[in-house]
Design a binder for this molecule. Sequence first.
Ligand SMILES: NC(=O)c1ccc[n+]([C@@H]2O[C@H](COP(=O)([O-])OP(=O)(O)OC[C@H]3O[C@@H](n4cnc5c(N)ncnc54)[C@H](O)[C@@H]3O)[C@@H](O)[C@H]2O)c1
Length: 341
Amino acid sequence: MEKIKMGIVGAGIWGETHAQIYSSYEHAEIVAICDQNLDRANAFAEKFGIKEVYQDYREMAAKSSCDAAAIVTPDFLHADIAIALAEAKKHLLIEKPLATTREDVYRMMDSITKNGVRAMVDLHNRWSPPFHAVKNEIATGKYGRPINAYIRLNDTKYVPTKMLSWAAKSSIIWFLGSHSLDTLSWLMDDVPEEVYCVSHKGVLAGMGVDTDDVFLSTIQYKKGAIAQMENGWITPFGNSCINDFKFNMVLEKGKFDIDASSHNLVKMTTEESVITPDPMVSNMIFGQHKGFTHESIRSFIDKLISGEEFHVPLEDAMRDSLVLVSILESAKERRPVKVQF
Ligand SMILES: NC(=O)c1ccc[n+]([C@@H]2O[C@H](COP(=O)([O-])OP(=O)(O)OC[C@H]3O[C@@H](n4cnc5c(N)ncnc54)[C@H](O)[C@@H]3O)[C@@H](O)[C@H]2O)c1
């Protein structure tokens, strides 16, 4: 049975998710882990039985026996690592977003093309059952073309204040806006042309995390559709779901509405709290990791083996990052910005 030998750069929260998937999937095995924190890399290697341990991604690129690498470092630290690994002819699964500056996006695209490696960005909402159902229905043509849409993807304050050590160096536009913009553009089957965004800062800064609280973005698509996107990370700690995820779309002859977070599919209550986790996102069934956030990662392995196109073309992820750069420019300058690709 063909197995892809995977290396992972980033032994953090989401790196662990990658490792759980590769170590339980018959078509993958983890051969290498790299983290700048060597203690963390060693503990990770011990937990998952990984033989090759590196502290420096350049050494991993030079020496590792891996066929492909997952880049699971903070949002703004993907480019140099991806380029070093591409130059070593390793295929790449890059966590979202592809990159957070125009320069990094172009540098990565050049290197991936020049070195002839395959690369996918883990924009996993394309595997989400409700969004996929909408995509399939739009494709039938019976609803006509999309006219306007609203997407809201927020996190609770837990994420920037307790979960991520690097929130102040990133933005909710990168952390969640990358998912929501990709979902919108994929469903619209269109490319943003112009954006206008306003933002609010103060709540998280007051809690010691120097990053914007929330962004409201208006997006004009090339074929004429319009959309609004809300991304914030200041919903209260007590929210029963870490995400607040809503979607509505109006088309010429129909509409779609998705509640992807507070649908009460499962409610878990203790003496202290009520939570409503979403088992479609991630869960464990008979010892196997299931859920759409895991399907995207397994799909990367499957497509590497089959040679078929990835479900997230690299050009889409590139455009997502460039649109998000424009959204941040618009929020800073308080004016509409034409997107440059
Ligand atoms: N697809 C998803 O839903 C999802 C969910 C969470 C995080 N993510 C993405 O995964 C990435 C990592 O997020 P996280 O929550 O795991 O962060 P994290 O802080 O838990 O882990 C990041 C790890 O990268 C290591 N690191 C940083 N710079 C490095 C370098 N130069 N070389 C080697 N190791 C380095 C850190 O030491 C840390 O262990 C981010 O891009 C994030 O947006 C995706």
